[in-house]
Design a protein around this ligand. Sequence first.
Ligand SMILES: [Zn+2]
Length: 149
Amino acid sequence: MGAKADTSVDAYQLIKLVDIGSFSRSRKYLEMKTYSGSCHCKKVKFEIRSNSISEDTYRCDCSLCLKKAIVMKAEHKSHFNLIDGVEQLSSYKWNKMIAEHFFCKNCGVYTHHKRRRDPQQICINFACLDDVEMPNDANIGFADGANHD
Ligand SMILES: [Zn+2]
């Protein structure tokens, strides 16, 4: 499964640091923190690196996300690592078959998906993060998924 094979974090990090000219932006990159996440039964575990974990979160009104009622957080796929449970993951695709939504076969919880609008990005289910609570004043965005189902 693609998520497991993507272990290029270190390489990507080096490229980022070379690419970024300004000290302030490279510093911001280095300040990224790693957050752990899991499904309900904990068979699926992942990590995500972010310097703004509760920013740029969003809901989506596509026909699938409406039924899941989730808040998501997008990061570049190189910031996502599947730690455990690749054999427990099943995925769901529909319509244009671009987005791929992963969920645990055992407990049924959606953990993450590959984005349709940018396949270089992974979105995680914010509620799967183990030690992160959504701030009360979080500015949760909105993706107009209904028009792109
Ligand atoms: Zn599970």
